[in-house]
Ligand binder design. Structure first.
Ligand code: SF4
Length: 494
């Protein structure tokens, strides 16, 4: 079905049982970003499906970032006419538009809004951000909350946001945009980080995870056009120091291969683009099984860890029509990489890229974080001392950049000397965002001035080099994410 207007919603339903349900006029599900982004989000699909299993095909709503108005492919009714609102939010930064759009739609007084239930990755890492807009909250696996879900939504197992608000207010000193950058706040920050991690351990709900979620519909207007997305695993077996996901103690579970195959069968009759969603590469037997069952599928991986590859993996990758391999060395400094929790060497990265090139894959996207560098002195220090000394000097950042460019040169020259092919390297640069949920929460956030200077230096350095390009994560978005992660919501009202 094709809808007219600003927004394109053309879609193919995988689950006809949901398509055939009448769209509810009392339950909605919001993804607080565009249809393009929301329709590619597996968390959103999973909540939508679980509401449908409980007999409600929720009307889907998205947000137009220009007008901050809600729009829906399912209904012409206004959002405010619904009684129950469910929100699936994956990124803290979407909170700002969500809050503005809700106020625009329903007025400033949140106490008269319909009942709002919220969950998603951003809620797990920063629950304190959402208590002002939602009434009920899910922490952890959504299946727990939808199991035995009350008829007509009259009973449920979600947490009351008032309880969560009290938990954090009782124990935390709030920060503001100025105090968060002050060294004297070390103890407050440490306290914040500890309380958040304890909260997650005690309030997180885990279900017996046997059945993976997958796309209910596909669309050419999604961020991943016409991709059928399927969960391969949940959680992560690693705990990289900069990552919230790996540091909250979420257990890692691999779904049974037969359940994965069963689900892919549903999507495969509609599309050959299959997106495998997992934080770590599954065992090679999983991929071999998927390839033998779906020989024409174009498999896409959400992430590849250098230390998870072996020769069998490379062989199979070369048969998968993969155009670009994405890897995340994070830093060109081996010592820092190991401290981060990425226990692989420069030599392993180069060897892997060389093997891909030999197997016909020539393009690579490499993710790097800047703002991680320890001085030799600082390496010996405790957390507390590191914080006291954690004003990363401009020199340290610039030497990090030198190392990064040298590393890219080393990759290209090594691979070229052994294969006579110069690999294409796209570099993606991100500032380190030290969130309270990370292991390295005590790091300072890079200043705008240094980040912008770094951008200029890198652009200048790669200008004359062949087959390299670079993109930079927006400083503004990174700063927003940093402030929100520490509960600083002052910018919500602007
Ligand atoms: S960065 Fe990736 S591998 Fe590391 S903990 Fe996070 S999800 Fe896991």
């Amino acid at each position: 079905m094709k809808y007219e207007g600003d927004h394109n919603f053309q879609e193919t339903w995988i689950l006809k049982s949901i398509q055939n349900l009448k769209v509810s006029d009392d339950v909605v599900i919001i993804y607080p970003n565009s249809y393009k982004v929301g329709s590619s989000n597996l968390g959103f699909h999973s909540i939508f499906e679980q509401l449908a299993i409980n007999g409600k095909r929720a009307a889907r709503f998205f947000i137009d970032s220009r007008t901050l108005k809600f729009y829906s492919p399912d209904t012409k009714l206004r959002l405010k006419s619904f009684r129950n609102i469910y929100i699936s939010i994956s990124f803290e930064n979407d909170l700002i538009n969500l809050y503005k759009a809700l106020r625009q739609e329903m007025g400033d007084d949140a106490s008269v809004w319909p009942e709002i239930t919220i969950g998603g990755a951003a809620v797990n890492t920063s629950p304190f951000l959402f208590t002002g807009i939602a009434d009920l909250m899910g922490i952890g696996d959504s299946e727990f909350y939808f199991e035995n879900f009350g008829y007509l939504f009259e009973s449920n197992r979600f947490y009351d946001c008032k309880q969560i608000d009290e938990y954090f207010k009782k124990q935390l000193e709030p920060f503001d945009e100025k105090s968060i950058f002050e060294d004297s706040n070390f103890d407050n920050k440490k306290n914040f980080s500890t309380i958040l991690k304890i909260f997650f351990q005690n309030w997180n709900k885990i279900c017996d995870r046997q059945i993976p979620f997958a796309s209910n519909f596909i669309s050419p207007f999604s961020a991943f056009p016409d991709y059928f997305l399927i969960e391969i695993s949940r959680g992560c077996p690693f705990s990289c120091a900069f990552c919230s996901f790996g540091n909250l103690g979420k257990p890692y579970d691999l779904f049974p291969i037969e359940k994965i195959i069963e689900k892919i069968e549903r999507g495969y009759s509609f599309t050959k683009q299959i997106g495998l969603v997992c934080a770590a590469l599954p065992p090679i037997g999983y991929i071999e099984n998927i390839v033998s069952n779906f020989p024409d599928a174009n498999l896409h991986f959400s992430s590849l860890r250098v230390d998870s590859f072996d020769d069998r993996y490379i062989d199979i990758f070369s048969t998968l029509k993969v155009q670009t391999v994405t890897l995340a060395p994070e830093t060109a400094n081996e010592n820092i990489r190991k401290k981060l929790g990425k226990n692989f060497s420069d030599a392993q990265i180069i060897e892997l890229i060389k093997n891909f090139v030999k197997n016909g894959i020539y393009k690579f996207k490499l993710y790097f974080i800047i703002g991680l560098k320890f001085s030799n002195q600082r390496k010996q220090m405790s957390d507390n001392e590191q914080f006291e000394n954690s004003k990363i000097s401009e020199e340290e950042i610039y030497s990090e950049i030198e190392e990064l460019i040298d590393f890219i040169d080393k990759i290209q020259s090594n691979v070229y000397s052994q294969t006579r092919i110069l690999p294409y390297i796209s570099i993606s640069i991100n500032p380190f965002i030290p969130k309270p949920s990370c292991r390295w929460w005590f790091f300072p956030f890079i200043s705008k001035n240094v980040y912008e200077k770094s951008r200029k230096i890198i652009n200048k350095k790669i200008y004359n080099r062949k087959k390299i390009d670079v993109d930079f994560f927006s400083y503004r978005e990174a700063l927003k994410e940093y402030l929100l992660s520490w509960g600083i919501k002052d910018n919500l009202k602007n």
